[in-house]
Design a protein around this ligand. Sequence first.
Ligand SMILES: NC(=O)c1ccc[n+]([C@@H]2O[C@H](COP(=O)([O-])OP(=O)(O)OC[C@H]3O[C@@H](n4cnc5c(N)ncnc54)[C@H](OP(=O)(O)O)[C@@H]3O)[C@@H](O)[C@H]2O)c1
Length: 240
Amino acid sequence: MNIEHKTVLITGANRGIGKALVDEALRRGAKKVYAGMRSPVQQPLTLDVTNGSQVQRAAGAVDTLDVLVNNAGIAIYDDLSSLEVLEQTFAVNFFGLLRVTSAFLPLLKRSKGAILNNVSLAGLAPLPMIPSYSASKAAALNLTQSLRALLADQGVAVHAVVIGPVDTDMNRGLEIPKAAPETAAAGIFDGFEKGEEEIFPDPVSQSIAEGPTRFRNRSRKAGVMAYRKRLSASSRHSCL
Ligand SMILES: NC(=O)c1ccc[n+]([C@@H]2O[C@H](COP(=O)([O-])OP(=O)(O)OC[C@H]3O[C@@H](n4cnc5c(N)ncnc54)[C@H](OP(=O)(O)O)[C@@H]3O)[C@@H](O)[C@H]2O)c1
């Protein structure tokens, strides 16, 4: 599927990767782009993914949809000592994604559309400074794969975006190479338009995806270990 002439909805679209995805979808000729935001400033869609009635209202305001991008996410530094942090993180990164997907699924089934879930390399290889985030992204990746199987015979394609470090507010101060949001957004839609189920859109994620295709593969493990090491050596006040 191509983005051109399609109707696209992106959550968490006011900044970071979400904002870059809005610009990239418009650049590729999308017919309409709904920019989901918690506090809209122009004419976007009010959409806090943890707020059930707001999600339902948003779904009621959209009449057709081809591509849903579940991009909204949070990352909080923790050490698993607080159940509250886990709950807060899962509320956005896992349940929010599922809530939005369920609300827009009737439209996507009608259009034989697609879902892109913005996961993270941390979902493949947990990072010790953000274990709740890592667990939520692993769960979101697993959920993406289940949705893919469940929706395959209904004509809805489900893609996982397994993304590495991108230069946004989420990891401000992290002293490692980061992709620009614009480059990440282009990589995400390139992978989508090529039909990749698991999209590795940036240089770091590509280095882990390349060669090995299975996590048990030793060289992929080595790549993941090197990635973790680089992150651990960087500031504790940043995350992805
Ligand atoms: N940056 C990275 O290195 C990186 C790496 C791997 C994966 N990711 C994933 O990419 C996605 C975007 O991250 P980013 O780097 O662009 O982060 P960001 O700059 O911190 O932006 C996060 C976005 O999510 C929105 N959001 C948070 N909670 C929300 C909620 N309850 N309902 C609706 N929107 C909500 C934020 O809205 P507000 O402005 O209202 O808070 C903001 O638009 C996330 O899922 C993140 O986990 C990022």
